[in-house]
Design a protein around this ligand. Structure first.
Ligand code: NAD
Length: 264
């Protein structure tokens, strides 16, 4: 199993925890960095893949992480998410962690100005990138019998205008607001809800954004840390949020961006 350089520092703090990870497309995926750290910390994993085309890329990664459940999940196919939770209920009877690391907008809408976005494109982007997190929370709630952690991936474009982020800006703003409302509603059940906001990372989803290389160069130049973050950095912070070390944290957006977002 691949390990982060910090592995020796980490104990098995998630031993016995069951984690669902949605959003691995390949080994560059942020979700893969998270799954890797969850596993290193002792969690058992349920991993999904988008469809038959994606399966050959995701399956070896799921095998390396000894995933107990491996199932298809396309949010736009009704019933697939329910089927994943059905398998979790049957096999585990409960769930502790659920990660949503998914974003999608039709290319034409993503590449164009927000003001020109189509009704359908905006709806699809909102459904796949935001409302699916609500559906995931609804299915997770009855299985999080001992409390739990729900995590969604956001981006700074939710709060500030990042050129070329276009309609994903308002979609991520809705996602961060969703995190706050879910945290409020599920808090009494000890289900904590988080947004994690990574700095730019070269992944397949990011390659859909115009001039993404400019964002990467800017992040390297302007962030206080002075270098790009990687998926292990996001994985470590995301895993931290699921541990008892973060037991009184909920509803907030945690940046993993080397400090980039504090800069003017
Ligand atoms: P990625 O392409 O590796 O992951 C995106 C995932 O979304 C893929 O696994 C894909 O299969 C999945 N997906 C797309 N449509 C789906 C659908 N209909 N149903 C289910 N899954 C679907 O890219 P990534 O950069 O790892 O993106 C993961 C998350 O991180 C996204 O929410 C993204 O907005 C966020 N993020 C990325 C960056 C970055 O710079 N890469 C920065 C901040 C936040």
């Amino acid at each position: 199993m691949p390990e982060t350089s910090d592995a020796p520092l980490l104990s098995k703090v998630l031993h016995g925890k069951r984690a669902l990870v949605i959003g691995i497309a390949n080994e560059q995926s942020i979700a893969y960095g998270c799954a890797r750290v969850f596993r290193q910390l002792g969690a058992d994993l349920a991993i999904t893949y988008l469809n038959d085309k994606a399966r050959p890329y995701v399956e070896p990664l799921a095998q390396a992480l000894e995933a107990r459940i491996f199932a298809p999940c396309d949010f736009s196919h009704s019933g697939e998410l329910e089927e994943v939770f059905g398998q979790i209920e049957k096999r585990w009877g409960r769930l502790d962690i659920a990660l949503h690391s998914v974003a999608y907008a039709p290319r034409e809408d993503l590449r164009g100005r927000l003001v020109d976005s189509s009704d359908e494109g905006f709806k699809v982007a909102m459904d796949i990138s935001c409302h699916s997190f609500i559906r995931m929370a609804r299915l997770a709630e009855p299985l999080m019998t001992e409390g739990g952690t729900l995590i969604a991936m956001s981006y700074h474009g939710a709060n500030k205008v990042v050129p070329h982020y276009n309609l994903m800006g308002p979609v991520k703003a809705a996602l961060e607001s969703t995190v706050r409302y879910l945290a409020y509603e599920l808090g009494p059940k000890d289900i904590r809800v988080h947004a994690v906001s990574p700095g730019p990372l070269k992944t397949r989803a990011a390659s859909g954004l115009k001039d993404f290389d400019v964002l990467l160069a800017d992040a390297t130049e302007r962030s206080p840390i002075g270098e790009l973050i990687d998926i292990d950095d996001v994985g470590l912070t995301t895993a931290f949020l699921a541990t008892p070390f973060a037991r009184r944290l909920t509803g907030t957006t945690t940046y993993v961006d080397g400090g980039l977002s504090i800069m003017a």
